[in-house]
Design a protein. Structure first.
Length: 413
């Protein structure tokens, strides 16, 4: 019997929060296994919903305020204050892709200025530690805007301040750090990021994520060159002793990781920072089945996305893992190496993007129901195998031979 099921999804960008995705999956589970003990574990990866999730889990609160959005217009945003004196700044809440209108999606012009404003507001509130969550960004300015908001001056050859946007960084000649907020030297600044993301090179942030944010091939190369130049000037003028081009996490959130690292921030693997306080391993160990989900399952999923991290941890305890996704992309089969046993797209038929986003919860619930019914069918077939007449057993063995591992350990108790 599938009596204990852990539901541990990430959010679906621009469609469902992690909490909404978990609840949609749970609804689908209950259609098939009404009395299952369902453990909802909505997971954040530093992107949308991180500040609210950590505030809820730690008994903290959100502080609402206006700040500069990614296209330069004011937006309503927030940071979280936790009881231990930590402030959580969620970059997606002020510079996320969802805040960039589709007609304005050009990562060469968007800015992280608002991230710096949130950090400064957290300092004003007396934060002793600031945790910056990276993910779901709509920017590729290397954190330049954040540094400007914190007091750095980015100057061109004529001594004029650079305008916003990663594209402008190619004109940078000198950084004047004299106006940087002095409190940055004493605060414990941490960045929760994907260590697989680097700033420069063929796997650099401009080439990997620029197209997702609206960049054309020509703009990608323009951004890549600008960010390499940015790393060189940062290293020289702020006397940085680490590799800002290829260091783990430097490409997080369009290079925000590199910009904050230049200020002395520690770039930390996001799951070590964000998941361990959930006692995730213990909760996965006591389940019969783990269901995870994300908006897209593709070649990037094994490189630090929620489903691969959940699967990796679940496999420590031999637990089977089902992954559901809004779309299945190139390289999705690679998730098998991380511990995902089966995966499926949630869309029942071709639909427009707006419909897919608007009906994400409905589609996710229905897909969960379909997957659970298939799992129970397989379980029933295996249970009945021992009762089959001898001439029927070979047919079933050809589909699921005893040595295949399909629907075995962890699926039946």
């Amino acid at each position: 019997m599938l009596s204990r099921i852990a539901v541990a999804p990430s959010g679906f960008k621009e469609s469902l929060s992690a909490r909404e995705a978990a609840e949609a999956i749970a609804t689908g589970v209950r259609r098939v296994v009404p009395y299952a003990d369902i453990d909802l574990i909505p997971l954040v990866d530093g992107g949308e919903g991180t500040a609210a999730a950590l505030a809820a889990q730690a008994g903290g609160r959100l502080v609402a305020l206006p700040a500069t959005g990614p296209v330069g217009e004011p937006v309503g945003t927030h940071f979280a204050r936790l009881p231990d004196g930590t402030a959580v700044v969620e970059m997606a809440a002020v510079a996320g892709l969802s805040l960039v209108p589709r007609r304005m999606r050009d990562p060469g012009t968007t800015t992280t200025y608002g991230v710096g404003e949130l950090i400064r507001a957290a300092l004003d509130a007396g934060a002793r530690r600031i945790l910056v969550g990276c993910g779901d960004s709509g920017t590729s300015d290397g954190g330049a805007g954040a540094l400007q908001a914190l007091g750095a001056r980015l100057l061109d050859a004529d001594g004029w301040e650079l305008p916003p946007g990663g594209r402008e960084l190619i004109r940078l000649r000198r950084i004047d750090p004299s106006g940087l907020d002095p409190r940055l030297k004493v605060v414990d600044l941490r960045v929760a990021c994907n260590p697989c993301n680097v700033l420069c090179g063929e796997r650099g942030v401009a080439r990997v994520f620029g197209p997702q944010k609206g960049a054309t091939p020509a703009q990608v190369e323009e951004l890549a060159a600008a960010l390499e130049h940015w790393a060189d000037v940062l290293t020289r003028d702020l006397d940085v002793g680490t590799d800002l081009c290829h260091g783990p996490g430097t490409g997080a959130s369009g290079g925000l990781g590199a910009g904050l690292a230049a200020l002395g921030a520690r770039l930390l693997p996001r799951f070590d920072v964000l998941l361990d306080h959930l006692d995730l391993d213990t909760r996965l160990a006591r389940t019969d089945l783990v269901i995870t989900a994300e908006g897209a399952l593709d070649h990037q999923t094994p490189r630090g996305k929620v489903p691969s991290e959940v699967a990796r941890r679940a496999k420590r305890f031999g637990r089977p893992v089902l992954a559901l996704a809004g779309t299945i992309g190139e390289g999705a089969h690679e998730v098998g190496a991380t511990g995902v046993d089966a995966y499926s797209a949630i869309l029942p038929a071709p639909v427009s993007l707006s419909e897919a986003l608007g009906r994400g919860g409905e589609f996710l619930t229905d897909a969960t129901e379909r997957a659970l019914r298939m799992i129970l069918l397989g379980t029933r077939l295996l249970r009945d195998r021992a009762e089959m007449p001898g001439d029927a057993a070979p047919l079933l063995n050809a589909v699921a031979p005893p040595s295949s591992g399909i629907l075995t350990s962890g699926w039946q108790q």
